[in-house]
Design a protein around this ligand. Structure first.
Ligand code: NAI
Ligand code: MG
Length: 331
């Protein structure tokens, strides 16, 4: 087989949207070997751990991982996978699709978030006599790595500009360094335009001029917050994919969770999971297949006759899979 893919469906609708997505992947002319791994609430109940070593090994040995969703154990599961696999980059595309509540039809940018340091280091948060304290860690190596990743992403995806987001006016040393490294790395990419904004201003610009962004690169906490603002801009959890890219592997997952309110009914929207698989195909360098899959989803959204309930239709999860496969086959 050409690629080994770790498949971790997890809990609730994770299992349903994964099945739909694998059906579509099987209709592409690529030789995948799927190795299934368990994780999440059901796994905890069954095996006494939400993330067995065996699952980590499968992810480690595979070319990429598709992850559905976990339930209450999600934070532990996904944080542990990120740490174990040194997944330093979190990618969130923010893109307007038809028949969604997008603020504008022209929105199409990528948020590249540093995922290993900044404000989110568990050991750096402590209680003190006065209250509590958290340290914000910015290292040259990690910030250079994420900034370089953002520029490379821009080059490979025909983007013309990278925007650095920081708060260097107040956080003079940590974000001062981030900004300095941004412009150092930029010198290696003379064809890519650059700009840098304060994070508070960016929170506003995302609303007032979302079409102006192409690639945003930022530190951990700011990236976390702006990612969710991005999700709000284009509306609808059922459509938003994400990627975690690491030194030892990469994991692709929808942003949504296990949705216990609709789980088991076969009505979840599988498009966020499918778009995550599209991101995986691009990561693997299978750009033709990614374009085909992406176009088939876009056609479904444009046609608007096979939409799930969250988008105002009454199609089932597997109806969507069937329609996307039809579109791929040009039927
Ligand atoms: P959620 O994303 O599971 O659901 C929020 C709302 O959006 C629900 O009304 C749900 O029905 C709807 N929704 C989500 N995805 C949908 C889809 N594909 N199609 C149609 N409707 C969709 O978030 P919630 O309710 O906050 O959390 C539920 C569980 O999921 C919790 O146990 C939480 O810990 C877990 N979770 C897991 C994540 C992960 O695995 N990465 C991320 C977020 C939450
Ligand atoms: Mg978040």
């Amino acid at each position: 087989d050409k690629y080994q893919i770790a498949v971790v469906p997890g809990d609730g609708i994770g299992q349903e949207v994964m099945k739909a997505t694998i059906d579509v992947l099987d209709s592409l002319d690529i030789d995948f070997e799927y190795v299934y791994g368990e994780a999440g609430d059901e796994c905890l109940e069954k095996n006494g751990t939400a993330l067995p070593d065996e699952t980590l090994d499968i992810i480690r040995q595979s070319d990429a991982c598709l992850f559905g969703a976990a339930g209450e154990t999600a934070a532990d599961v996904i944080v542990k996978i990120r740490q174990e696999m040194k997944m330093f980059a979190n990618l969130r595309p923010v893109k307007a699709y038809p028949h969604t509540n997008s603020l504008s039809d022209e929105i199409d940018f990528m948020i590249v978030r540093e995922n290993t340091e900044g404000m989110y280091i568990a050991d750096e948060e402590k209680y003190t006599d006065e209250g509590a304290i958290a340290r914000r860690i910015i290292t040259r190596e990690a910030e250079r790595r994420i900034i370089d990743y953002a520029f490379k992403y821009a080059v490979e995806n025909n983007k013309s500009k990278v925007t650095a987001v920081h708060k260097a006016n107040v956080l003079k040393k940590t974000d001062g360094l981030f900004k300095e490294i941004f412009y150092e790395v930029a010198e290696d990419y003379p064809d890519i335009a650059t700009e840098d904004f304060y994070v508070d201003a960016t929170a506003m610009y995302l609303i007032t001029q979302p079409e102006s962004f192409e690639v945003i690169v930022t530190t951990n906490l700011f990236g976390d917050i702006l990612s969710d603002e991005g999700a709000g801009l284009v509306g609808g959890l059922g459509l938003i994919p994400s990627a975690n890219i690491g030194l030892d592997g990469a994991l692709f997952e929808p942003v949504h969770g296990s949705a216990p309110d609709i789980a088991g009914k076969g009505i979840a929207n599988p498009i966020a999971m499918m778009l995550s698989a599209v991101m995986m195909l691009r990561y693997l360098g299978e750009n033709d297949a990614a374009d085909k899959f992406d176009a088939a989803i876009l056609k479904l959204l444009n046609d608007a006759n096979t939409l799930t309930g969250d988008l105002g239709g009454n199609a089932s999860t597997m109806d969507v899979a069937g329609e996307v496969i039809k579109n791929i086959n040009g039927e």
